[in-house]
Design a protein around this ligand. Structure first.
Ligand code: GUN
Length: 300
């Protein structure tokens, strides 16, 4: 039997339509147009594509957006100065710094310089701390997008065994914390696997829901999955492909060809988690603007 293919493009479009409606309402009621500032440092081609996609999504939903493209050799202090300018700029309700940063910068110091009230990416320690407490304000886009995919395709998480491969600060760790919360579309038993895990397949085979975010093409093969598993592939790897005019194609961390013949459901790459990450960024930016409107209304 072959798996249900979870259509991230379609679900992300639904989310963006809802955001567009929220943006229109905010403007009609409060005269506020949500704004997002994106910092792109250096010339990593993948990062440039991601930021361009975010800008396009903003345009589609009616969010004002500006991308600040800065050279790879900008100093950390200069970058932080530019972020502080955006913190003070009322046109922007959300700010994001595209990762990875150039090697001479300290990611944590840069993220700490962002106003936590504008943390549309949910990566500020205050946002992550709130998530740990079970009182999230801004959830990072990829974990939030995964939860939204599961919810909108009705793959229940409550009481299920969720196995996450990868422990990054932007996907693995926040996804684990999000899905273990005592809350709707969470309440899962979560296992986190990483480079220190011995016999990875022992864990992946026992998953009801398998989330893979390790950044290695075709790392999860058909012998590592069970037949009733729902597979969420966060990977986005470029592999050489002469038949493609770009000279490469994008593949996930899961051997889609073989795994999709075996499991219950799977997200494709591209067109699975990626568009959801962007859609949830739009939702966070709208939320930041809504919270600001509420705060302003409560002061009058
Ligand atoms: N790099 C890869 N994914 C992301 C993301 O979701 N946000 C940011 N800021 N950088 C990334």
């Amino acid at each position: 039997m072959s798996a249900v293919i979870i259509d991230g493009n379609k679900i992300a479009q639904d989310v963006r339509n809802e955001v567009a409606q929220g943006v229109a309402e905010l403007q009609a009621k409060h005269g506020i147009v949500p704004g997002l500032a994106a910092f792109l440092i250096g010339d990593d081609p993948a990062s440039a594509i991601y930021v361009r996609n975010k800008h396009r999504a903003c345009q589609e939903v009616g969010i004002f957006s500006e991308t600040f493209k800065l050279p790879a050799d900008i100093t950390q202090d200069e970058l932080i100065g530019r972020i502080r300018d955006v913190n003070e700029d009322d046109r922007f309700h959300g700010v994001l710094v595209q990762l990875p940063l150039p090697p001479h910068m300290d990611e944590r110091t840069v993220i700490l310089s962002m106003d936590p009230d504008k943390d549309a990416d949910g990566l500020h320690p205050l946002s992550l701390g709130r998530l740990v407490e079970g009182k999230p304000m801004f959830v990072p886009g990829t974990p939030a997008g995964i939860q939204e995919l599961l919810k909108r395709t009705d793959y229940q998480t409550d009481g299920k065994h969720v196995v996450i491969c990868g422990r990054s600060n932007i996907v693995g760790k926040p996804a684990a914390i999000l899905l273990m919360q005592k809350a709707e579309w969470a309440n899962a038993t979560v296992t986190v696997c990483h480079t220190g895990t011995k016999d990875l397949a022992r864990f992946t085979r026992s998953a009801d829901i398998l989330i893979v975010a390790i950044g290695k093409a075709n790392a999860i093969t058909a012998d590592m999955v069970g037949e009733n598993t729902v597979v969420i592939d966060v990977g986005m790897n470029r592999v050489p492909d002469d038949t493609n005019k770009r000279g490469y194609r994008l593949v996930g961390d899961v051997d889609f060809e073989e795994v999709s013949k075996k499991v219950a459901a799977i997200t494709p790459v591209p067109g699975g988690v990626g568009p959801m990450t962007v859609a949830m960024l739009m939702l966070n930016t709208l939320r930041a603007a809504q919270l600001k409107a509420l705060a302003a209304a409560s002061r009058v």
